[in-house]
Design a protein around this ligand. Structure first.
Ligand code: ADP
Ligand code: MG
Length: 393
């Protein structure tokens, strides 16, 4: 379902109007300092556009998981300086949305205000209509740019969208919907998914939803171990979800031809004993050793399949990529995506750890999704409430 975009609003709907913009400024902080401003930078196209059109911009976001109301540790004040630097404009900080209306009316055209952490108010996560009304009073129209929060029906993502019209998608949201949506619903074929990461349990719905749509799913990471066990192989002390082996068997029986598993693995006696690591075939994993990465043969096999693809979705690292040398398989797949992209494939990466694994390559990929849980739920084919509440195009 296509959603109305900020791009679709005429100039007169923007100039002088208060744009209430939900962003995802849930950035990592250390001692009050933003350690990765990627989410702030991702918001700039929408914020800059609104400012150039003469809107008065009022931003909502959550930060972390505050438990009992306002807590300085989770205050959005900590991001003000970085956001001012990136925007090149001063920001008016609004500590209490219930008292914020006069300040939003006094903002100059192109001016920017940031409201304190939406989760400081108990109604946010319960989607309380009263809090949604409080938020709605801060704007004349609503822009949701927080794809990463769209899977939650909160007052600032869902409730407010019903109260403030027009309610449209910001540019980041639009980009997420375009690339994830096109891959799922009208992929250029061959369509190949790469799925890895730690656990099958968190991704089973993704696998099930992708299987009927894709031509192949390449399985890596610890997820592959559970499949190998389901095939009757022994994987030493690799990370296996014993309670998912039966399910892996069902998937193999149902769609085995589409599920491409590693032929060999990089194994070691322990994660901190990389010096002893070696490559073995998947039917020769030594007792007491564990799989920490895909081996070179598998990297070549996966690469060849990816270079034939015209649409690729990747979620989940191929190994314990945080601990070199077990990052090599993940890096090889990242490079294969880049090279497939050069040949014309659409390449989409989603997932928190997967996005971290391709850091620095963003420009060489079609799209790196900013959502963690939201991206997974989108790939599962679920309706995300924060998106559903926006107007259809
Ligand atoms: P994403 O955040 O991209 O969705 P996940 O959270 O599912 O990815 O998985 C990432 C984690 O999977 C990483 O911490 C990585 O170390 C772990 N992982 C990958 N392969 C293995 C393996 N063979 N054994 C143990 N952990 C693994
Ligand atoms: Mg993760």
């Amino acid at each position: 379902m296509k959603k109305r975009s900020l791009r679709d609003l005429p100039a007169e709907a923007l100039a002088g109007k208060r744009a209430l913009v939900r962003e995802d400024f849930n950035v990592p902080l250390k001692d009050g300092v933003v350690t990765d401003d990627g989410r702030l930078r991702a918001a700039l196209p929408t914020l800059t556009y609104l400012r150039e059109k003469g809107s008065r911009v009022v931003i909502l976001s959550h930060l972390g998981r505050p438990k009992q109301g306002p807590d300085p540790k989770y205050s959005l004040r900590q991001i003000v300086r970085d956001l001012e630097r990136l925007l090149g404009a001063p920001i008016e900080f609004l500590p209490d949305p219930a008292q914020g209306v006069p300040a939003t009316r006094q903002l100059p055209r192109g001016g920017v205000a940031l409201v304190e952490n939406t989760r400081f108010w108990p109604g946010e996560e319960t989607n309380d209509p009263a809090l949604a009304r409080t938020f709605a009073a801060l704007g004349d129209f609503y822009v949701n740019d927080a794809f990463g929060s769209a899977h939650r029906a909160h007052a600032s993502t869902e409730g407010v969208a019903h109260l403030l019209k027009p309610a449209v998608a910001g540019f980041l949201m639009e980009k997420e919907l375009k690339y994830l949506g096109e891959a799922l619903h009208q992929p250029k074929r061959p369509f190949v998914a790469v799925v890895g990461g730690a656990k099958i349990s968190g991704k089973i719905d993704v696998l099930e939803a992708l299987l009927p749509r894709v031509d192949e799913i390449l399985i890596g990471g610890a997820m592959a171990c559970t499949f190998l066990v389901a095939m009757g192989l022994s994987v030493g002390k690799s990370l296996v979800e014993a309670d998912r082996v039966a399910l892996a068997k069902v998937l193999l029986a149902r769609s085995g031809a589409k599920l491409i598993l590693p032929r060999g693995a990089v194994v070691a006696p322990a994660l901190d004993r990389a010096a002893e690591s070696r490559e073995v075939l998947v039917d020769a994993i030594p007792d007491g050793w564990a799989i920490y990465d895909i081996d070179q043969t598998t990297r070549h096999d996966f690469r060849a399949r990816l270079l034939r693809a015209r649409t690729i979705i990747w979620n989940g690292p191929m190994g314990v990529f945080e601990t070199p040398p077990f990052d090599a398989g993940t890096r090889a797949i990242a490079q294969a995506l880049v090279d497939a992209g050069v040949k014309g494939a659409v390449t989409v990466v989603g997932g928190g750890d997967s996005a971290a694994a391709v850091a620095g390559l963003e420009d060489k990929l079609t799209h790196v999704s900013t959502g963690g849980g939201a991206t997974l739920e989108f790939l599962e084919g679920k309706v995300l409430p924060g998106i559903a509440a926006l107007e259809d195009a």
